[in-house]
Design a protein around this ligand. Structure first.
Ligand code: DSN
Length: 404
């Protein structure tokens, strides 16, 4: 294969899209050049199975050191007793936790996907949903916030073996201490899935679940700004079971190039600039949510404590999919989402989820996100009233050109 391969040209096009557009997808970010470099390194060629020092292949002298260094960095970053850095993705990390502590048919209590949870927390269409009995909690109709008393009532009623705390579309800080109290009360284990907020927690801007949860899973590519992948933190007493549940339980060879890139991400998260970045991510999300609110949009739960917010677009008379497509056509990338108590299917959704982690990496300020909020409003208004809006792409280019 040569550089003339059409795939290289396609990658260039994608790079241009990422550079020229405005990415507001809450689970995306821009990894550093060091991370990208590590992902393209010779480590990709090495087969590695098993734990450090107990591999099923020879030639692991250096990769053992690399994986151990990465583990050590995450132990320091999150003050964790045990770390497994091998999971390929967040879903794999969660499956490994289930495998380590549950039997088929055991009960999991987790947040409903339609209220902001995640597929891997046991949605019926997934393997998790078919292997375990899954009971869902949601947000309260009154204020769209987690109702911990209600979760406690469900826990007492269903006696789950595992409670999952964590979400992919919940914008308020999660009280892991309260979740642990509920879990202890009913003799359940606690898994905190911090895929979305890992960076905010690493920067100490949100409560860490590490002291309270038996297991913590996270992806490394969202607010944490590392490579695509995941890690598991757990109490020492679960270490062996977790390691075995990852490999051979649910994965084969480790992606060592990704492990090393995770190590770079951990070092970057310990850098003094990282907390300032995370603070700005939250400031930008709050400013943008407020601006859209003033333009007539209902923000789910009235605001946000983290890197994203959920915008109800019902009043415009369009669904989330239409809004997503209209914005995509001028270079603004959001994703449609159901909102709590939504009557629309996840394919359409009544809302859009907006995140500020990626644009803040590019240096976006409050001034920029306010401009973007107005642009979103103009486009959606034009789309709704059947007017042309393609010209707004020029304003997207202007805003994007000022960012890094
Ligand atoms: N689907 C991802 C998200 O966007 O939140 C989580 O896996």
């Amino acid at each position: 294969m040569t550089k003339k391969d059409v795939l290289f040209a396609m990658v260039d096009q994608e790079c241009q899209r990422q550079k020229k557009g405005i990415t507001l997808i809450a689970s995306e970010n821009y990894a550093s050049s060091n991370i990208l470099h590590m992902l393209g390194s010779c480590l990709m060629n090495k087969y590695v199975e098993g734990a450090v020092g107990a591999r099923y292949y020879s030639g692991c002298e250096f990769v053992d050191k690399i994986e151990q260094e990465t583990i050590n960095r995450f132990k320091t970053l999150f003050q964790a007793e045990h770390v497994n850095v091998q999971p390929h993705a967040g879903t794999q990390a969660n499956i490994a936790v289930y495998l380590s502590c549950l039997q088929p048919g055991d009960t999991i209590l987790s947040m409903s996907l339609s209220h902001g949870g995640h597929l891997s927390h046991g949605h019926p269409v997934t393997l998790v949903g078919s292997v375990y009995k899954v009971i869902s909690y949601g947000v309260s109709k009154k204020d769209e916030l987690l109702d911990y008393d209600e979760i406690e009532t469900l826990a007492i009623q269903h006696k789950p073996k595992l409670i999952v705390a964590g979400a992919s579309a919940y914008t308020r800080e999660i009280d892991f201490k309260r979740f642990a109290q509920i879990a202890h009360k009913v003799g359940a284990l606690l898994l905190a899935d911090i895929a979305h907020t890992a960076g905010l927690i690493a920067a100490k801007l949100h409560q860490s679940p590490v002291p309270y949860a038996d297991f913590v899973t996270m992806t490394t590519h969202k607010t944490l700004r590392g490579p695509r992948g995941a890690i598991i933190l757990c109490k020492q007493k679960w270490a062996t079971k977790i390691d075995k549940a990852v490999m051979p339980g649910s994965q084969g060879g480790t992606f060592m190039h990704v492990v090393a890139a995770k190590g770079i991400a951990a070092a970057e998260a310990m850098d003094s600039n990282f907390a300032a970045y995370q603070k700005q991510v939250i400031i930008n999300a709050q400013a943008m949510a407020k601006e859209l609110q003033s333009l007539g949009y209902r923000i789910i739960s009235g605001g946000t404590d983290n890197h994203m917010f959920m915008c109800d677009i019902t009043h415009l008379g369009i669904n989330g999919k239409q809004a997503e497509h209209a914005l995509e056509s001028i270079g603004i990338f959001v994703n449609r989402n159901t909102i709590p108590f939504d009557r629309k299917s996840p394919m359409l959704g009544s809302g859009i989820r907006i995140g500020t982690a990626a644009i803040t990496t590019r240096g976006a300020t409050v001034q920029d996100v306010i401009k973007i909020a107005h642009l979103i409003h103009y486009v959606l208004q034009a789309y709704t009233s059947g007017q042309k809006y393609a010209d707004f792409s020029l304003q997207v280019s202007e805003i994007s050109a000022k960012l890094s």
